[in-house]
Design a binder for this molecule. Structure first.
Ligand code: C2E
Ligand code: CA
Ligand code: CA
Length: 818
């Protein structure tokens, strides 16, 4: 120890010693700063940083050695061999790198410290030895080997301590401490090593004396000034490299901060953010990891184009190839985990990413939007209640179906289906029940159709079916038959049971119509004809039908003018007492004297008047006219006026009737209003109110066409009517079987049981009359006894006596009476 102290104090220039110590400390600190830089997480090029640290340490230690050797005053001139000098630097650098790498081996910490410390200590010692060997001294060198070994041991121990303490080098305090341990290691090796060195000078050395500063040494490096120069340059280099490292660290800290900010921002974004450079993914956010179902690290480093489906890669490439201008988003598909394809909207933009040109890509998952769009599209094109296509989709489908039919030279059948008496079902089942009925019927229809057919709901109870490639009309007829059959099956809801029925109009393309609109019109015309002729059936469109339609339009126009032009008149059909044969009243039956068509019967214009609402003024005219005319008849004769369902619902019937009675002076008890069951089925409460209001005035109410509606008997007990008129279809069957006779008898008895007057209408034969009379019916009406005709009041009184004899020869006598 004393030898070492003596060596330092006696044999070295103290100023250069201070310089050497400074170089050593600074070299250690710079090295550790570089090592700390290399240890930062996520750094690329760890080896490069460690190599730089090793190089700084190697050069620094060599500078120390060089300056310290110059400070060593052996009292003679020393020269250095350049080759060995450089080798000594290389030895120190490589040894240090080896030590730093040992420190990173995946071994227990203690072993790592021992290995790294040994490598470092040995390399510094080797450098020292090589440096000494590089000295060219004019004399002989003697080395105290134990002392040299001692320097090695001390150096290695101190190096181990330095490595043991080198775990948190990012902290300045720790870096200073470890720098001190390292410096101690280096200085110990150097000075203990120097103390092991004895130089015996040759005869020429002492004569030359100490060289002055700035004097070159022949054949080698200069010393004196040279020592100061090398020391100063070393210091400057070390300070500069330290400053550069710290500056780089500061910049990279900012980069890391920026990256952190970028990641934070992108992590809260629901959009997928990707940054790629020439297609290589550098960054991706959490939303990207979620979308692709892979961790972010697995995505980073992959090729951007690989994310896309094969079909989208060309478009994605095109987006990538666009310039630096922001691009309009493209709609592409990416392939996510499990091979599923997800629609995305892709927008790219060129950016500067940590000083490098890169591309930022935003991917917006379109699945939800596409689902929403599909839902909206579905809602817009389908009927909400039944789920079948609506008019809009029908229109689209028809365009395609007709085009395909044109191309393939085949036909298309269009079936226009309308439920019969749906309003009545609706009233019976309630709104909810009727909704369920419609859904059920739509399902039944769908079940009968092929997948290529289209079923659309185009109105409350209207459906349209488009069947492509139906060449054979018989096939279509068979389908229509099946549809009617399936619809006709009973439907039950909350204990209520209805038997739905429908009518179908069928038109064929291109046979019946040249385009979509005409085809729909033709099927509609056929439907109206089916409804008119026999509801519950189907009908194919025929050429003449559109003429009928045209005529209807014309007729409607004319009917509007009919009242004004005084073209309407009432014919009267008598009602006879079955027992006495006396005319007890007349039924008013409307007739229209059309200026061109002649006499138009009610069957040809009352339904039209109902559809167009013209029934309101026409019906009112009938009531007023009947009252006025009847007011002139004998007091015992009543007048029955027909009121259609629409008229019953729409006009203010009780007040019209009251006004007609008042104006005409006809006593209320002589007026009968004939209604049909249809009036009672629809909006029952309102019907009961109207009926009550009529009866409160003293007007009587007859239930016309009794037996043709459904559940007729139940109405009799619940509705306030005075009379029932057995429909002529029952009268016609009289004498054709026991069942029919029994039915008529039962109706008559039931009516009587309820205290009602029973009338049989449509009596055409004496046999029918006899049977009706035999069953105890109250009144009778029919062509046999009197056809509807204009009333001639003048003849009325004359006829009366003969009418009384009706019981004997009814046909002749009664008909003659009119
Ligand atoms: P409705 O109320 O059932 O009237 C009886 C219909 O049967 C009348 O036909 C009458 O001419 C016909 N008829 C009478 N006896 C016989 C017979 O023995 N055999 C046959 N086959 N038919 C017979 P019309 O006059 O053509 O009236 C048809 C329907 O038009 C009436 O049926 C009624 O519902 C309606 N109607 C007539 N006038 C009016 C009116 O002023 N207002 C309203 N709303 N409807 C009316
Ligand atoms: Ca009637
Ligand atoms: Ca009738």
């Amino acid at each position: 120890m004393m030898r070492v102290i003596g060596c330092i104090t006696n044999q070295h220039d103290p100023r250069l010693l201070v310089l050497a110590a400074c170089i050593c400390l600074l070299a250690c600190f710079t090295t550790l700063t570089l090592v700390a830089r290399a240890e930062r997480p996520g750094r690329l090029g760890l080896l490069a940083w460690l190599a730089a640290a090793a190089a700084v340490f190697g050069c620094g230690v060599w500078s120390l050695h060089f300056v310290a050797m110059l400070a060593f005053m052996p009292g003679t001139e020393i020269t250095y061999r350049p080759g060995l000098t450089l080798l000594s630097i290389l030895v120190a650098t490589c040894g240090t790198l080896l030590a730093l790498l040992c420190q990173r081996l995946s071994l227990p910490r203690g072993i790592r410290c021992v290995l790294a410390g040994t490598a470092l200590g040995a390399s510094v010692a080797a450098m020292h030895a090589t440096g000494v060997a590089a000295m060219d001294v004019p004399g002989t060198l003697w080395i105290d080997r134990p002392q040299l070994a001692w320097s090695l041991v001390v150096g290695i121990l101190l190096a181990m301590i330095a490595f043991a303490r080198s775990d948190r080098l990012s902290r300045l305090g720790r870096r200073i401490e470890v720098s001190a341990w390292l410096a101690a290691c280096v200085l110990s090796i150097h000075f203990i090593g120097m103390s092991a060195l004895q130089i015996t000078l040759g005869p020429h050395a002492a004569a030359r004396g100490m060289p002055g500063p700035g004097v070159g040494a022949p054949g080698g490096f200069s010393y004196g000034m040279l020592a100061t120069g090398v020391g100063a340059v070393s210091l400057v280099v070390l300070v500069a490299s330290l400053a550069a490292t710290l500056m780089e660290q500061h910049l990279s800290d900012r980069t890391v901060l920026e990256l952190k900010r970028l990641r934070l921002l992108s992590s809260i974004s629901r959009e997928v953010m990707i940054i790629h450079q020439d297609g290589l993914i550098l960054e991706v956010n959490a939303a990207g990891a979620t979308l692709f179902g892979e961790p972010m690290d697995a995505l980073i480093g992959r090729q951007f184009l690989e994310l896309f489906s094969a079909g989208s890669q060309a478009a994605a490439q095109a987006q990538m190839n666009q310039g630096s201008e922001p691009q309009a988003p493209a709609k592409l598909e990416v392939r996510v985990r499990g091979g599923r394809l997800v629609p995305v909207e892709v927008a790219c933009r060129a950016i500067d990413f940590i000083g490098r040109p890169a591309t930022a890509v935003a991917l917006v998952d379109q699945s939800e939007r596409r689902r929403d769009a599909e839902t909206i599209r579905h809602l817009a094109q389908h009927d909400a209640l039944t789920g079948v296509p609506n008019r809009l989709l029908l229109h689209e489908r028809m365009i395609h179906t007709l085009a395909a039919s044109d191309a393939q030279q085949t036909s298309v059948a269009l079936l226009h289906l309308d439920l019969d008496r749906f309003k009545a079902c609706n009233d019976l089942l309630g709104d909810h029940g009727a909704d369920l009925l419609l859904s059920e019927l739509a399902s039944r229809l769908t079940a009968e159709l092929r997948s290529s057919d289209t079923l659309a709901r185009i109105g409350g109870d209207e459906f349209v079916i488009v069947c492509a490639l139906q060449d054979d009309a018989r096939q279509v007829a068979a389908l229509a038959g099946r549809l009617l059959e399936t619809l006709g099956q009973a439907f039950e809801h909350e204990g209520l049971r209805v038997a739905p029925s429908a009518s179908i109009g069928i038109a064929l393309y291109p046979q019946d119509a040249v385009n979509q609109a005409a085809l729909l019109r033709a099927a509609g015309t056929a439907l109206r004809e089916a409804k008119r002729e026999s509801p519950g059936s189907f009908k194919f469109f025929e050429r003449g039908m559109d003429l009928v339609l045209h005529e209807r339009v014309e007729l409607e126009h004319d009917l509007r003018l009919a009242i004004e032009n005084d073209e309407l008149e009432l014919h009267y059909q008598p009602l006879f007492s079955c027992s006495s044969g006396v005319i007890e009243g007349y039924e008013a039956l409307i007739r229209w004297h059309h200026p061109k068509r002649g006499m138009v019967m009610p069957i040809d214009f009352i339904p039209l008047a109902e559809q167009t609402g013209l029934i309101v003024p026409v019906g009112e005219w009938a009531i007023r006219t009947a009252c006025i005319e009847a007011s002139t008849w004998p007091a015992r004769q009543s007048i029955a006026v027909n009121v259609s369902p629409m008229q019953f619902r729409q006009s203010n019937l009780p007040s019209i009737v009251a006004d007609a009675l008042l104006t005409s002076g006809l006593p209320a008890h002589r007026l009968e209003i004939e209604i049909t069951e249809g009036v009672l089925i629809t909006d029952t409460d309102e019907a009961i109110r109207t009926l009550s209001a009529l009866r409160a005035q003293g007007v009587r109410v007859s239930l016309d066409d009794f037996g043709t509606g459904y559940s007729s008997l139940s109405y009799l007990s619940s509705f306030a009517v005075d009379k029932i008129k057995i429909d002529r279809s029952f009268v016609r069957t009289l004498g054709q079987g026991e069942g029919a006779d029994l039915l008529v008898r039962t109706i008559i008895e039931l009516g009587h049981h309820l205290g009602l007057t029973v009338v049989a209408e449509g009596v055409e034969t004496p046999q029918q009359l006899a049977m009706i009379q035999g069953k105890g019916c109250d009144q009778v009406q029919g062509y046999l006894l009197g056809r509807p005709a204009r009333m001639d009041p003048a003849r009325m009184d004359q006829n009366e006596p003969r009418q009384r004899a009706a019981g004997r020869e009814p046909e002749l006598q009664i008909t003659a009476a009119l």
